[in-house]
Design a protein around this ligand. Structure first.
Ligand code: CA
Ligand code: CA
Ligand code: CA
Length: 172
């Protein structure tokens, strides 16, 4: 930076210049920010714990050491503790098997906080959709107890014999 000083002398003002070097000392005034305003991921139900759901990213505009940050899960809906985020890498994974018949959509709020004082942080909404697997046996709702299942089998077998008898007797 160059600073000039000019006096008010007449008829000719006198001036002098001096070069000033400013060392700006950084302070922790920037919170870490997620690289996306929101995240949406999909996964299948019934996968083992520690299945990776996705990766969260963040940046902190401060210079070291004020640009270091860690991730943490803040809240979950439904609140069943089904997700865990790696503090350092932002890897979001399951903490247990997911059951689509229990919850098709999970909403997770994740925070990223720097490690300085005062500590600054940001949060982001993560939506996880759970895709279906065929993990439930069909439930027989008909016939009702009573019951018509024997009659249905009889109809099927008699239709079968009618078809085969027609097959061997083309004239009928
Ligand atoms: Ca910071
Ligand atoms: Ca299931
Ligand atoms: Ca299922």
């Amino acid at each position: 930076m160059c600073v000039a000083a000019v006096d008010g002398g007449r008829p000719t003002p006198r001036s002098a210049t001096v070069t000033v070097t400013l060392n700006v000392v950084d302070v922790n005034d920037c919170p870490p920010r997620f690289t996306q305003s929101a995240y949406t991921f999909g996964t299948y139900e019934n996968q083992p714990a520690d299945t990776e759901i996705g990766r969260l990213g963040a940046v902190d505009a401060d210079s070291p050491p004020y640009d270091r940050f860690v991730f943490a899960v803040v809240t979950e809906t439904p609140p069943i503790g089904a997700f865990v985020v790696d503090r350092r890498s932002g890897r979001l994974a399951t903490a247990e098997q997911l059951d689509r018949e229990r919850a098709r959509v999970h909403r997770v709020v994740v925070a990223v906080s720097d490690v300085a004082k005062p500590q600054l942080s940001s949060t982001v909404n993560v939506t996880v959709f759970v895709a279906d697997r065929n993990d439930n046996a069909p439930v027989i709702s008909f016939p009702h107890p009573g019951n018509d299942s024997v009659e249905a089998r009889d109809i099927t077998s008699s239709l079968g014999s009618m078809v085969s008898s027609r097959g061997v007797e083309p004239e009928s």
